[in-house]
Design a binder for this molecule. Structure first.
Ligand SMILES: Cc1cc2nc3c(=O)[nH]c(=O)nc-3n(C[C@H](O)[C@H](O)[C@H](O)COP(=O)(O)O)c2cc1C
Length: 207
């Protein structure tokens, strides 16, 4: 049975994190169901200079990821399609990641708003007790942001802030190395193998 990882991209800054996770899942041979919120189209356009359109998602995803999708098993669902597969608990899936997660998406998922397919699919995953990884990107944060993250944690989600560590690549780390660090931590949380960063060896200064 096909058991995809649902990748929800919401409208926070940090679309390179989503691209790195998608590349990592493709490289690991994982099946992917992709949901891109309406606001995420603005951040993708702002951060990459490229549009993401439902009608042309394959071409636009190829441009965004900067690689041929080859035989990758990717299903795209429009964010407004509340009848889509991932809106039901009977739809098989191995887990979901919301990357990046806007404060609005965190709030909506935490309170069960289900205002679009991304929020509904995440809520379904939580109620089915499936793996959910939420990657918030906002700073500084309000009390209400923190309360929504606590609610997500208590509902079983892994709250994984987009907070890169420097110990793998050192102070001269490139932006891509910092992005890959966060993407690698996300793949760890999803249980997907990767080589996106060097793991801590117990040796200070080892590169
Ligand atoms: C260019 C741009 C950058 C944004 N960056 C952030 C951000 O880093 N974090 C955040 O929580 N919201 C950010 N927002 C605001 C969200 O897009 C907005 O709250 C939106 O309603 C989120 O909707 P969604 O959760 O359905 O994607 C940004 C908006 C734009 C246009």
């Amino acid at each position: 049975m096909r058991k995809p990882t649902i990748v929800g991209v919401s409208g926070a800054s940090g679309t390179p994190y989503a691209a790195a996770v998608l590349r990592g899942l493709i490289d690991a041979g994982e099946s992917i169901d992709l949901v891109v919120s309406r606001a995420a189209r603005l951040t993708i356009l702002d951060e990459t200079g490229h549009a993401f359109r439902d009608a042309h998602w394959k071409d636009d995803l190829t441009t965004w990821l900067g690689r041929d999708l080859g035989g990758a098993d990717i299903v795209h669902w429009p964010a407004g399609d509340l009848a889509a597969g991932p809106s039901s608990g009977s739809y098989p899936a191995r887990g979901m990641v919301v990357v990046p997660a806007s404060t609005a998406a965190c709030a909506g998922i935490a309170i069960g708003l289900s205002k679009d397919l991304l929020q509904r699919a995440a809520e379904v995953h939580l109620k089915e007790r499936r793996r959910v990884v939420v990657v918030p990107r906002e700073t500084p944060v309000t009390r209400s942001h923190l309360e929504h993250l606590i609610a997500l944690h208590d509902a079983g989600a892994v709250v994984l802030p987009a907070s890169p560590g420097f110990y793998g690549a050192g102070a001269s780390a490139s932006a891509q190395q910092l992005i890959d660090f966060v993407a690698g931590k996300i793949l760890d949380a999803l249980g997907v193998e990767h080589t996106l960063f060097r793991r801590w060896t117990g040796e200070l200064g080892a590169r």
